[in-house]
Unconditional design. Structure first.
Length: 213
């Protein structure tokens, strides 16, 4: 795995903090940001706590409990997360966003939290904006398949499969957006097509352990 490919996948995770840069969500009036909207700004060290020793009730993959302090949202990630934070301009104000990502030999996985009511933007528009934002990372093309609505603990959610083509070859992944009363949450796993089985297991662990208070 090259440094370039690692950087690209982590950029894919952090791209969610810049969904509206350059007006990437023109169909969502609330997100009508100017073309010079600021990208993600600060990077900080994560402070996750180790999860208990694995048992039959714990995730199969070695994991680290990662917490988003402002919201209390947590998930088990396969290592110490890198954190990227940014502020998204919106209607004369801004929405804070934090992205927690981990790079593994199989690919990248993580979650993002937006400090806004989840129903402020349709989940379909959030997905479209993410796909558009990916194009700005220089990672090639990205398309969605098997887009489907669901619920998570009574909260509206949207799942989709991802396929990509870039300089490093074919890639696949999965994404979920969850609409909460106080937050929009995104879960993402992405990596080489050859690692699809491991990526699926990694994403399922992410979804199974993602907790929204």
């Amino acid at each position: 795995m090259t440094h370039r490919s690692r950087t690209r996948r982590l950029a894919l995770l952090s791209a969610s903090a810049t969904l509206v840069t350059g007006g990437l969500l023109p169909s969502a009036a609330a997100f009508a940001a100017p073309a010079h909207a600021a990208a993600a700004t600060a990077a900080a060290a994560a402070a996750p706590t180790p999860s208990p020793t694995s048992t039959s009730t714990q995730p199969a993959r070695s994991s680290v409990k990662t917490t988003d302090p402002p919201s209390g949202i947590t998930a088990q990630l396969p290592g110490k997360a890198k954190v990227r934070m940014g502020a998204i301009p919106m209607e004369g104000d801004s929405v804070d966003a934090r992205v927690y990502g981990v790079e593994t030999p199989d690919g990248a996985t993580g979650f993002a939290v937006y400090d806004m009511p989840g129903d402020r933007i349709p989940l379909e528009d959030a997905l479209k904006g993410f796909v558009d934002a990916y194009g700005l990372t220089g990672g090639g093309t990205l398309t969605t398949e098997n887009v489907r609505k669901t619920t998570v603990d009574g909260r509206p959610a949207l799942d989709a499969s991802l396929t990509g083509e870039g300089p490093d070859g074919a890639a696949v992944g999965s994404i979920r957006f969850i609409s909460d009363d106080d937050h929009l949450v995104m879960a993402l796993t992405y990596g080489p097509e050859a690692q699809e089985k491991d990526l699926d297991a990694m994403h399922q662990q992410l979804l199974n352990t993602l907790q929204i208070p």
